[in-house]
Design a protein around this ligand. Structure first.
Ligand SMILES: Nc1nc2c(c(=O)[nH]1)N[C@H]1C(S)=C(S)[C@@H](COP(=O)(O)OP(=O)(O)OC[C@H]3O[C@@H](n4cnc5c(=O)[nH]c(N)nc54)[C@H](O)[C@@H]3O)O[C@H]1N2
Ligand SMILES: Nc1nc2c(c(=O)[nH]1)N[C@H]1C(S)=C(S)[C@@H](COP(=O)(O)OP(=O)(O)OC[C@H]3O[C@@H](n4cnc5c(=O)[nH]c(N)nc54)[C@H](O)[C@@H]3O)O[C@H]1N2
Ligand SMILES: [Mo]
Length: 758
């Protein structure tokens, strides 16, 4: 039997045998399907699936309380009734004794595609009905952008949703200047699923028309195919952009009229740029000394940028570093100085090559949604402050102009995310997770996060239940009929929450009397009633397998604002682009000023720390999977070297250390260590190594929080510090390390094995 479905990485049809996906064929309309589809066969009955409800032995014996046994303990299998009773009782206890604020329900993560069974929507709806929870704000993807861009350009979402269309770029752009490259390995993905992948073809069409792609990246392969490659010292893009801006300012190439009409504060910024007050002109020569890019190249590029239609795009990775606010803000400022914002094929972009979404036409209407009530608890944290919060209840901190206090968390509730994938400094995270009374995790798989839970709730995968999905820049709403029955005792998160809600006295408001299937129909019908075209009845949509939705093609970002800055004033205090923000300036932060600026990072090759840890590790997104999802799948496993995550290293750096392809190395710094498999590659800047995220954390000694990971998870190395006091965003993209050949017997990888269960 062949059935169609959708993953975050694309639409496909699957052959299913004995409850397992046997093979997958990409959807016909997808010109450039994601290789990640190859991880799906074998994923439903993989040995890493969670077969039934389980409770940590120590928690069962001793009851709730802090425990450093999390991650090292055995589990006891329980029945669904026992699980429901234990979990409902614990939620009641925490709420009655400590209040709802003591529940951390941020539950960050990507879960799976599907509008109804989306794990975060389910857990948030459930916890809200129980009286609320401490929540999280923004994402690991866009932590810095989420705080800075609304302040300086009035939005962050629209930068992606209403980004300049690929077709417009193909037709009009002369120079596509990409800081962080345009990595097609990343454009396979879109939150909620994606049915077409036009980026590769668009870049080819742009080249054919005579457009040029200029890539600034320490890695050559951040652009597939022809481009002008500049390999800067990682973390120095803001210095390069300042150097470019300095050429524009001093050679009369800045568009003064655009800066006057559409921006505020250029003059304040220009004093910094020219070095009027600090005596340091941010010239091309100055930028060259920091970035390793020749001053002549910077100067020549600035002149070319001013001479034609130029689009400046900033990858999301550049803001996932210390001072990450500066790169998108400076990119916007550079584009403003060029005066092409709002012109077809010119101006600013953010994330071409980070996700499939930028460049794709947005839907004219919202998608069907599971309704969410308000959260009665207003306490929140910036999402990447999770360890800080658990380790320092009651501590005050600055965030985006606010003075906040970390709550005292007793119960951590995670459904649809994996902090052992996404969070930094995993040894510190392990200590943080030892603090609460109870950790609850819903997941289909025994991830490291599930292994660190007290109460483990086996979820179904997206392919074991009926659902539908789509995303805001994709023209299809796709039906996702169940491909197979639920594995073992796994249950839909909805069913789990419905049973808990019933036990806790909020069953009726949670389910509203509907089965999952009735919710699908209800959400669809409610949505269909609000659109301005004739959506077919649910049964017909379901039988057709999908519905094409109207989109807005041909957009140019901020074209409205350019055409009429008064009617389409930006949602900033001045209504214009804020090159100087009086609000941010007023916060008085020493790590985020009132205008974009270069800050020397800690984790970079130009600083003192590089004396001890002389290699700059880029912990980027993996080409062979989405984050940690389906790490055991065929494509992900084929990418491993000696059974471990591959680390790419320049041949010169490998030779210095006596390393050859296929060797197992120890990658380490003062925070932790992991093993990885060597791949030498001269398409990296020397002294840069690359180890993608996503290998499941696998501590050699689970009882020791400082134990090395034998599988190659870079987050044992990364620093758990925020971007700045403004955003406190994730800074996991960069870390300094040392690499040495691993001597001694190589330990087996057990990451995909379930824990001991009695
Ligand atoms: N060092 C470093 N760290 C990073 C990054 C980096 O660049 N460098 N990138 C960051 C970024 S951008 C992101 S977005 C994060 C990603 O971090 P996460 O989103 O937390 O990573 P995923 O592996 O996608 O986790 C999703 C989990 O949901 C589970 N799941 C799937 N379907 C269901 C379901 O129906 N129900 C339930 N209950 N669970 C389900 C999956 O099995 C998986 O374990 O990582 C961040 N971490
Ligand atoms: N295959 C795959 N695709 C994905 C994901 C995945 O897990 N797998 N995750 C998705 C998610 S959730 C997100 S948020 C996006 C993230 O999108 P990004 O954050 O843009 O992705 P990264 O791969 O981390 O980084 C892109 C490139 O930036 C370059 N880079 C890193 N540091 C620097 C620097 O200092 N200067 C310059 N010039 N370049 C630098 C790296 O070489 C890297 O390959 O990716 C999405 N796409
Ligand atoms: Mo992300």
């Amino acid at each position: 039997m062949s059935r169609r479905s959708l993953a975050h990485w694309g639409a496909f049809s699957a052959e299913v045998r004995d409850g397992e996906i046997a093979s997958v064929t990409p959807a016909a309309g997808d010109a450039d399907p994601s290789p990640l589809l190859g991880n799906l066969p074998g994923s439903l009955r993989h040995r890493s699936r969670i077969a039934g409800p389980a409770v940590r032995r120590g928690w069962l014996q001793d009851g709730p309380g802090p425990s450093d046994r999390r991650g090292a303990d055995e589990f006891v299998a329980v029945s669904w009734d026992e699980l429901t009773e234990l979990l409902a009782g614990e939620l009641r206890r925490v709420i009655d004794t400590h209040g709802n604020e003591a529940i951390y329900g941020g539950s960050y993560g990507w879960a799976s595609a599907g509008r109804f069974h989306h794990a975060q929507s389910q857990v948030h709806r459930f916890l809200k009905l129980l009286g609320g929870y401490t929540s999280s704000r923004h994402s690991y993807s866009l932590g810095a952008t989420g705080a800075i861009m609304p302040r300086v350009v009035g939005t962050h979402d629209d930068l992606f949703k209403r980004s300049t269309a690929w077709d417009v770029i193909v037709e009009h752009t002369d120079l596509f200047v990409a800081f962080g490259g345009i990595a097609l390995k990343n454009t396979g993905i879109n939150h909620g699923g994606t049915t077409a992948h036009p980026a590769r073809a668009a870049l080819n069409r742009l080249r054919e028309r005579g457009g040029t792609i200029v890539s600034f990246s320490p890695l050559r392969d951040d652009v597939d195919g022809e481009c002008e490659w500049h390999a800067p010292v990682p973390g120095t893009d803001v210095a390069i952009m300042l150097g470019l801006a300095h050429v524009l300012a001093t050679e009369g190439l800045a568009d003064r009229e655009f800066l006057d009409i559409y921006c505020i504060g250029y003059h304040r910024f220009e004093r910094y740029l020219l070095g009027t007050d600090d005596g340091v002109p941010k010239s091309a020569r100055w930028a060259a000394a920091i970035s390793g890019i020749a001053a002549e190249d910077i100067t020549a590029l600035a002149r070319r940028m001013a001479a034609g239609r130029t689009l400046v795009t900033i990858s999301w990775s550049l803001q996932r570093t210390r001072h990450g606010e500066q790169a998108p803000w400076m990119g916007l400022t550079l584009a403003a100085m060029l005066g092409q914002i709002g012109l077809p094929g010119g101006g600013f972009g953010h994330g071409y090559g980070s996700m499939n979404e930028p460049g794709l036409a947005p839907l004219r209407h919202r998608l069907p949604v599971l309704p969410q009530g308000p959260n009665p608890v207003s306490t929140f944290i910036p999402v990447a402050a999770v360890s800080d919060m658990l380790l320092h209840p009651g501590r005050e901190y600055d965030y985006n102009g606010l003075r906040l206090t970390f709550p005292d968390i007793r119960l951590v509730y995670w459904a649809g995310g994996n902090p052992f994938h996404h969070h930094q400094n995993l040894p510190r995270l392990r200590r943080a997770l030892a603090r609460p009374d109870t950790v609850v995790v819903h997941d289909p798989y025994w991830t490291a996060m599930a292994k660190h839970a007290d109460i483990v709730v086996p979820s179904t995968t997206a392919y074991e239940r009926d659902d539908y999905s789509g995303s805001r820049n994709d023209p299809m709403l796709t039906a996702m009929p169940a491909l197979a029955p639920p594995y073992a005792q796994s249950r839909d998160d909805y069913t789990t929450f419905a049973a808990l809600a019933e036990r806790l006295g909020v069953g009726a408001p949670f389910t509203e009397g509907r089965t999952a299937r009735q919710w699908l129909v209800h959400m669809y019908e409610k949505w269909a009633a609000g659109v301005d075209f004739a959506a077919p009845p649910f049964d017909q949509f379901w039988a057709d397998g999908g519905l094409r939705l109207p989109t807005e093609p041909g957009l140019t970002l901020l074209a409205d604002f350019r055409a009429d800055p008064y009617t389409h004033r930006l949602n900033t205090p001045s209504g214009r682009i804020e090159i100087f923000s009086a609000d941010i300036d007023g916060f008085g932060y020493d790590d985020c000023l009132g205008h974009p600026a270069w800050f020397e990072p800690t984790e970079w090759l130009g600083g003192a720390r590089a004396q001890t840890y002389p290699l700059h590790l880029i912990a980027n997104q993996p080409a062979g999977r989405l984050h940690g999802q389906l790490d055991g799948g065929a494509v992900s496993m084929a990418s491993k070297v000696a059974g471990r995550e591959p680390i790419r290293i320049h041949p010169a750096d490998a030779a210095q250390r006596g390393l050859a392809d296929g060797d197992v190395v120890r990658v380490f710094n003062d925070r932790g260590a992991c093993l990885a498999g060597v791949v030498t590659d001269d398409r990296l800047r020397p002294q840069v190594v690359q180890l993608s995220t996503g290998a499941w954390f696998d501590p050699l000694d689970p009882a020791d929080p400082d134990s090395m990971c034998v599988h190659g998870n870079p987050n044992v190395l990364t620093a758990d510090v925020g971007t700045s006091a403004l955003a406190r965003g994730c800074t996991g993209a960069h870390v300094l390390v040392q690499v040495e050949k691993f001597s001694g017997p190589v330990p087996p990888v057990r990451a995909h094995e379930p824990p001991v269960i009695h």
